[in-house]
Design a binder for this molecule. Structure first.
Ligand SMILES: Nc1nc2c(ncn2[C@@H]2O[C@H](COP(=O)(O)OP(=O)(O)OP(=O)(O)O)[C@@H](O)[C@H]2O)c(=O)[nH]1
Ligand SMILES: Nc1nc2c(ncn2[C@@H]2O[C@H](COP(=O)(O)OP(=O)(O)OP(=O)(O)O)[C@@H](O)[C@H]2O)c(=O)[nH]1
Ligand SMILES: [Mg+2]
Ligand SMILES: [Mg+2]
Lengths: 288, 277
């Protein structure tokens, strides 16, 4: 654990007189290592450590009887502030909330769409199966919809951006107050697929655009988040698979480079496994 | 002399950044650069280009000489595909089947993911496109039973290759790791030496968690090789190097897209060169 490593660092320095700024800077190397091991992006770590250094060389640390713990506290607090002090929820916009879900292949979008629908069931949601490429993707969403008794709209042989008009029409005619659209996984460097996403957004005019990302994403998290955000101006991020033991450094990277909030987290494969994002819990996890 | 020393240190820092940003991980990067410093002394490297070339050569050595495939000499070769959720197992199985079909092998698939919505449908569509059979039960049926039937069918039909799909599962879920062991035991009831290959699928965008995944699956179900998917993105897949080296596991294939032909044999030189691009 970082706390123990820092304690060890400072134990070695005991009896060498008062703690100096240099001692703290040396200790911050352990923090840097912990953040990199937690998959926080290299550049993000650099800037984060520089920020923390200012606070870490303060008197509370230099005069503390347990400087290691003080430093952990400084880093933890800075992480929490950076990740977003309070939890940020999905906003509902009467009379019709429109949520667009996007992200890389296999990140957990289709499952997350179903989880969101269940959470917001009181809005009488309509799901739109906009992945026309992956074998059985539409079936997958229909199976999930059936489990929840929530209707799934799909227009065979239609491009996703063309499906929207009928979907919105159906939603209005049937008293749905929420539409959630699932899209195909795509690479941020696939120009045709990113262009499709832009067309989908223009046709759908979502009130909420969510990037679904895998919590165990490594250094590439920055690039992925920046590209999706640049093109779509996302409203928030949903991090999935946090029921594993990924430290989740991607959370910090994505939050810092886009400034967008992490709104929810996926914590399992079941339809109930969606939770609100708590910055302090993720901060503790990153530092573990 | 002092000036060139400083350049070297800065060069080492630049190299460390490249390695860490490729998801090799800070500890492994440190180890690789430590070995590089030793190699620099014996190789008398004098400039940054020479240093980079030496590093690439050292890293290629870390990945060379994989053992031969464990083929079954008298019966179907049974390949079990495992990995965490969403890494690309099902799609990779379709690509692998295509790869073996091109070698004129007779291939059979098994829909061992009986849990996830439309998982069986997904593999069946691929099987249909490839013109191969797919052994499947109902949604929610026992995965081990499907695999038992699949191996029985593979032997009866005298296929060359049986590829078994399994549900995505996090290595942290003990009951799901147990299920994998049960699947292996069921397979072994029908064919003692099976599965002949247990391939772990890793997503190239995964960070250091890939190492934890691999360690658990290696220890618990005796993984024999790796497949690295989604290398058509911008991630370098460096964690696969760390896994391969630490567990002595060969990387067999690279996934480069979502289509049936998007699978290539792993080439260490290409992999390392791409890492530095
Ligand atoms: N353990 C765990 N698994 C998850 C979570 N969210 C999704 N999954 C699983 O991850 C896998 C991929 O989920 P999908 O919903 O198909 O992902 P996707 O982003 O729609 O995939 P594509 O449409 O192919 O891009 C499935 O096995 C899901 O059950 C989560 O929070 N935890
Ligand atoms: N770009 C790219 N996408 C890939 C690659 N391999 C698989 N995919 C995509 O990743 C997504 C998930 O693939 P699946 O084959 O369903 O993954 P899985 O591991 O079987 O998922 P679960 O069974 O839910 O655990 C799909 O959208 C695939 O098309 C690859 O090499 N490159
Ligand atoms: Mg999907
Ligand atoms: Mg699958």
């Amino acid at each position: 654990r970082l706390g123990d490593k820092l304690q060890h660092v400072f134990k070695k320095l005991k009896g060498e007189g008062a703690l100096t700024e240099k001692n703290v800077v040396d200790a911050l190397r352990e923090v840097r290592l912990a953040l990199l091991e937690a998959d926080v992006n290299f550049q993000v770590v650099k800037e984060f450590i520089a920020r923390v250094k200012e606070k870490a060389i303060g008197q509370e640390v230099l005069r503390s009887i347990s400087p290691g713990q003080q430093i952990v506290k400084v880093v933890h607090d800075e992480l929490v502030v950076t990740l977003g002090r309070k939890t940020s929820e999905i906003s509902l916009t009467p009379p019709m909330t429109r949520i667009l879900v996007c992200g890389l292949q296999g990140s957990g979008k289709t499952t997350t769409v179903a989880k969101l629908a269940r959470k917001l069931k009181s809005e009488n949601p309509l799901l739109v199966a906009g992945d026309i490429y992956r074998p059985a993707a539409v079936t997958q969403l229909k199976v999930l919809g059936k489990q929840l008794d929530i209707p799934v709209f799909h227009e065979p042989d239609a491009k996703p951006e063309k499906m929207i008009r009928s979907a919105v029409g159906m939603a209005r005619d049937n008293g749905h107050k929420l539409i959630i659209m699932d899209t195909a996984g795509r690479l941020h460097v696939d120009p045709d697929m990113m262009a499709e996403l832009t067309r989908v957004k223009e046709a759908f005019k979502p009130t909420e655009t969510l990037l679904v990302a895998d919590a165990m994403t490594g250094q590439d998290a920055v690039r992925i988040a920046v590209e999706f955000d640049k093109l779509l101006d996302v409203d928030g991020i949903i991090l999935t698979k946090l029921d594993g033991d990924a430290r989740g450094g991607a959370a910090l990277s994505m939050r810092i480079v886009t400034g967008k909030p992490i709104k929810m987290i996926g914590v399992g494969e079941k339809i109930t496994d969606l939770e609100v994002f708590h910055p302090d819990r993720i901060a503790s996890r990153i530092l573990d | 002399f002092t000036r060139s020393r400083k350049l070297d240190e800065e060069m080492f820092e630049q190299l460390e950044e490249i390695l860490i940003e490729s998801d090799i991980g800070p500890r492994m990067s440190g180890r690789i650069l430590g070995d590089l410093r030793t190699a620099v002394k014996t190789n008398k490297v004098s400039d940054s280009a020479g240093l980079k070339a030496l590093l690439q050569a050292e890293m290629i050595k870390l990945l060379k000489s994989p053992p031969a495939w464990n083929h079954n000499s008298d019966g179907p070769t049974i390949i079990l595909i495992i990995g965490i959720n969403g890494v690309g197992k099902t799609t990779t199985i379709a690509k692998l089947a295509n790869h073996f079909l091109k070698q004129k092998k007779k291939v059979l698939l098994a829909a061992g993911d009986t849990f996830r919505a439309a998982a069986i449908d997904q593999l069946k569509i691929w099987a249909e496109r490839l013109g191969v059979d797919c052994i499947a039960h109902q949604d929610g049926s026992d995965a081990a039973a499907v695999c038992f039937d699949a191996v029985t069918a593979a032997k009866a039909r005298q296929v060359d290759i049986l590829i078994i799909d399994t549900a995505g599962r996090l290595h942290t879920k003990a009951h799901l790791v147990e299920e994998l062991k049960k699947i292996k035991r069921s397979i072994q009831k029908v064919e003692e030496g099976a599965p002949h290959e247990t391939l772990l699928v890793l997503d190239a965008t995964t960070g250091q968690n890939g190492l934890l995944q691999a360690q658990v699956f290696y220890r618990e179900v005796d993984t024999s090789g790796l497949i690295l998917t989604k290398m058509d993105g911008t991630a370098k897949g460096g964690v696969a190097l760390t896994v391969s080296n630490e567990l002595s596991l060969p990387i067999r294939f690279i996934g480069l897209g979502e289509k049936i032909d998007d699978l290539t044999d792993f080439n260490p030189r290409e992999f390392i060169t791409a890492l530095f691009e």
